[in-house]
Write a protein that binds this ligand. Structure first.
Ligand SMILES: [Zn+2]
Ligand SMILES: [Zn+2]
Length: 195
């Protein structure tokens, strides 16, 4: 059956919740086998990450070991967004079973569909964050007409380049585009005299 008129995609009965549950409650609901079996995501309760691509950004707000409720750490990760499996415009509810936690990029890229199984399939099969970063990296190299060398990947993630790049890059809205990073990388190689 389409939509979540009665039964959610995980087989639970819809309670027709109106208000959005906290990220902590969504994580608590999906923990263990449910998110592993349905979403191919292994949840580490104390270390929140995107359920589709696994992207992880450290939050310095709280230490999971000091929290009374370990799941409350999920509320401190603003880059994770509550994402409807069946969108509200298609009659989706606000029950925990109709919500997952995705990074901003995955939320934007995810399909809006009446069929929850298509959404589930998308999350299940989405590749890792590193895959998309390397695709973006290669594309930026190509556009900037730079011939990639074997050692580039290693150099690109090296501490020395990171330092160079933080000194010379301009942050736009706190975010650096891949093209900026790659342009900076090309300058770095010139600066170091590496051909
Ligand atoms: Zn529901
Ligand atoms: Zn993601």
């Amino acid at each position: 059956m389409y939509g979540c008129a009665n039964i959610h995609v995980d087989g639970s009965v819809c309670l027709n919740k109106r208000s959005m549950p906290s990220k902590a409650n969504i994580a608590r609901y999906w923990k263990d086998e449910k998110c592993y079996k349905l979403l191919n995501y292994i949840m580490d309760w104390g270390e929140p990450s995107c359920w589709a691509c696994g992207k992880w950004i450290e939050s310095y707000d709280s230490d999971p070991n000091e929290l009374e409720d370990v799941f409350s750490i999920w509320n401190d990760h603003p880059y994770l967004e509550r994402c409807h499996i069946v969108p509200k415009m298609h009659g989706g509810c606000n029950c925990e079973a109709n919500l997952v936690l995705l990074c901003r990029d995955c939320h934007k890229a995810s399909p809006d569909s009446k069929d929850p199984n298509l959404f589930i399939k998308w999350v299940f099969n989405r590749k890792s964050h590193f895959h998309y970063v390397s695709v973006e990296f290669k594309e930026a190299l190509e556009v900037l007409e730079y011939e990639p060398k074997e050692e580039d990947c290693e150099l690109f993630i090296s501490e020395e380049f990171k330092e160079f790049y933080f000194q010379s890059a301009v942050f736009v809205g706190g975010k650096i585009s891949m093209a900026t990073r790659v342009a900076c990388f090309i300058e770095y190689k010139k600066f170091k005299g590496i051909q």
